[in-house]
Design a protein around this ligand. Sequence first.
Ligand code: 13P
Length: 250
Amino acid sequence: MRRPMVAGNWKMNGTQAEAAALVGGIEQGLAGVRHAEILVCPPYILVPVVAEWLSGSRVTWGGQNLSAHKSGAYTGEISGSMLRDFGCSHVIVGHSERRALYGESDQTVAEKFRAAQSVGLVPILCVGETLAEREASQTETVVARQLDAVVKLAGIAAMDNAIVAYEPVWAIGTGRTATPEQAQSVHAFIRARLAQLSATVAERLRILYGGSVKAANAQQLFGQPDIDGGLIGGASLDVEEFLAICRAAG
Ligand code: 13P
């Protein structure tokens, strides 16, 4: 059985005071969340305080991005080992906002994935198509290309220590969620594609759905056989919404 996960991607949001209220609220409401694994991914600058507040909690924390490099003259960048130094267990790689706004190619994302694993971080690899790609029936082609770039560089065994998040770009921050059937179909495709290389790895891999997940639609999405939880943007900034989503995941 795959343990469900709910991860909050705070994106570029939050002051220290807001983060404190959010983390405090999540901690207080955890009793109702049975066995889902809960992760929060604050902006880099809030990682140290979040790490302090969550020390000893069952909620883990991670980064939203990392450098593909280990250290050195990369002004403004943060390495995987720096995230590890502040207790991060996971890191998001290849979020569509990084791909679209910061020009991250499939190759860069694959290198970041490998950099994360090399320091013991579990990468959450984001894949997903744009609206134009979906309308051109390119969803599977795009998702396969994004996935294959990582598997080619890191190897199929590396997927055993990773999480995949399917985030259709057209559903991110738009309020337009993929239907449970649309999401399930792509999740099943991802699992089947990896199963061609290793059925065991594919079966164990957790595949999260992201894109306008809210308390109101979480249960239906998480009820699909290949959806193992969610990567939550906007709704992860609201304590009650986020906790309700966590409860929906089990
Ligand atoms: P929203 O939940 O705000 O649509 O964002 C999803 C996302 O991008 C999570 O990484």
